[in-house]
Structure formats: structure tokens, C-alpha cells
Design a protein around this ligand. Structure first.
Ligand code: ADP
Ligand code: MG
Length: 266
């Protein structure tokens, strides 16, 4: 598979001069088309920063970021973002929320009927077409998150970027959405980069798990290819030797040998 997203020597500092804070440094990462990568690491290590750099929401202070061979210079419809909190507009229905994004991306080229079809199809993809006319306040947190994912997918992004998208949900809803996401990604082939702090979620979903060391000046400490066959079913994985191995490796990283792995900070 060819490289689709690539980061070369990427670093990010906030502020300037004496007050400069180096969040990330020397990030080298290449992600193939259709790959599912998770970013994991301690709170404050720079996971969201890295995702925001790829989203183009924050310009990198060091290095080069490429998506589909082009330099990332700002946000674009080729990279859709799903945040932990759904960010739906409260005065629009679920369908209207999705439609707004669809119109922005395809409005110039397609007629109203086609735009409507796209919006409905996206809601159907996440099993939310029944709530098309409901307002965000009328549905549960898990449902809102589904609509947020539908809105992102409706843009047919080349890359789906998710920042702890299931972090605020109860474990059962979370498991449902993980399964739904697996199916959607398998069907659409969307390249996905997801921030999580949940080890099981990382191993269940990822082709590779990128472990970030502690900040400040955090960098990639380890990359673990999971090597697990797809489709993956959580019940089968519970007894899978490779799954348990991956789980143990990430656990060791997060809870154990942080100090020796952490490169010296100048
Ligand atoms: P994570 O998502 O891994 O919890 P973040 O990427 O949010 O971490 O933050 C990484 C570090 O950068 C933290 O120390 C945080 O305080 C700092 N940081 C993030 N955003 C800003 C900002 N806009 N200005 C200054 N510091 C920031
Ligand atoms: Mg974060």
C-alpha cells in the first residue's frame, strides 16, 4: 500500500521566545491508504496536537505534512474530523447537520436531490436514519456521536481523523460504535487516524498503534503493528494470543517502562 499521509520531522511549539512550549518534536510517520492507525499516550503528551496538525487546524512549527502527495496547509474536505464532543449545531436536525457538510463539499457540483440522498445515506450508514428529523437535544450521547461520524463520512474524506470519539460514552455504547466503525471503514476503505486512551479500543481497531512518549517535547516512542486478521470480533479476540500480546505491550508502555523509553529532553 502506498503512503497516503506522511509526516516528516514534524514538531510543534506553542508560544514564542522565553514562553515557547515544545509539545511535539521529530515526528516521522507514514500512513498507507486504507490504514487504521491509533495514537495512544498519556494525557497531555500531544495526541490532539498531532491530530490537529494533520487536520490542518494548527500550522506545524517544524517539518512537513503531506496528504495524498500535497502539503497540508489548512483544513480541507479531504480530512474530516470527529471530536470527543459531537459539535452538532443544536438548531439543526440530525439530517440538516449532515446536509450542511454535504452542501459545503458537493454543493457546487450536484443538485439538491443528490445532496439530500447523500445526507440520508450517511445517516443510514451509522444506523441513524430513523432520527433524521430529530434535534441533537432529543437524542442520546451515543446517537449524537453517530451523527457526528455520519457528518464526517458524508464528506467522503480521504482521511477520517477522530479525537477520542467514544471517550464520553458508556462502555456498551462505545462497543457498539467501535463495531459500527469497523464495518464502515471496511466498507469505505477510509484511511483513519484515531486518538484514544483505551488500550482495548486501540488493539481492536488498529492496523498500527503509535505510542507517544511523555511530553514536553514528546515524540513517537514505539509503533506496534497489530497483525490481527479482519474482520475482528471482540468475543473471539478475548482469547486470541496475538491480541493479548498487543494489549500487554501497550499496557507495559503506558504503565511500566515509560522512563527508560522516554528520550532525553534537552
Ligand atoms: P493530549 O491530546 O495528548 O492530551 P494535547 O495535544 O492537547 O495533549 O496537548 C499537548 C501539550 O500541549 C499539553 O502540554 C498542552 O498543555 C499543550 N497545548 C495544547 N494546546 C495548546 C495551546 N493552544 N497553547 C499552548 N499549549 C497548548
Ligand atoms: Mg487530547
Amino acid at each position: 500500500m502506498k503512503n497516503f499521509v506522511s509526516l516528516e520531522r514534524v514538531g510543534q511549539s506553542y508560544g514564542s521566545g522565553r514562553n515557547a512550549f515544545v509539545a511535539l518534536r521529530d515526528i516521522d510517520l507514514s500512513i498507507a491508504q486504507g490504514e487504521f492507525v491509533t495514537l495512544i499516550g498519556h494525557s497531555g503528551c500531544g495526541k490532539s496536537t498531532l491530530l490537529n496538525l494533520i487536520a490542518g487546524l494548527v500550522p506545524a512549527t517544524e517539518g512537513v505534512l503531506l496528504c495524498a502527495g500535497r502539503e497540508i496547509r489548512g483544513p480541507g474536505p479531504d480530512r474530516a474530523v470527529v471530536f470527543q464532543n459531537h459539535c452538532l449545531l443544536p438548531w439543526l436536525t440530525c439530517l440538516e447537520n449532515v446536509h450542511l457538510a454535504v452542501k459545503r463539499v458537493f454543493g457546487a457540483a450536484e443538485d439538491a436531490r443528490r445532496l439530500q440522498e447523500r445526507s440520508v445515506a450517511a445517516l443510514r450508514l451509522v444506523g441513524m436514519d430513523h432520527a433524521a428529523r430529530k434535534y441533537p437535544r432529543e437524542i442520546s450521547g451515543g446517537m449524537k456521536q453517530r451523527v457526528g461520524i455520519a457528518r464526517a463520512l458524508a464528506m467522503e474524506p480521504k482521511v477520517l481523523l477522530m479525537d477520542e470519539p467514544f471517550g464520553a460514552l458508556d462502555s456498551l455504547t462505545r462497543a457498539h460504535l467501535q463495531d459500527a466503525l469497523q464495518e464502515i471503514v471496511a466498507a469505505t476503505g477510509t484511511t483513519t487516524i484515531m486518538v484514544t486512551h483505551d488500550i482495548d479500543e486501540a488493539v481492536l481497531l488498529s492496523d498500527r498503534i503509535v505510542m507517544l512518549g511523555k511530553g514536553p517535547a514528546a515524540t513517537i516512542a514505539r509503533i506496534l503493528p497489530t497483525g490481527l486478521a479482519r474482520p475482528r470480533r471482540r468475543n473471539d479476540l478475548a482469547y486470541d494470543a496475538r491480541y493479548l500480546e498487543c494489549r500487554a505491550e501497550v499496557m507495559d508502555f503506558l504503565h511500566g517502562c515509560q522512563e527508560e523509553l522516554q528520550p532525553a529532553v534537552a
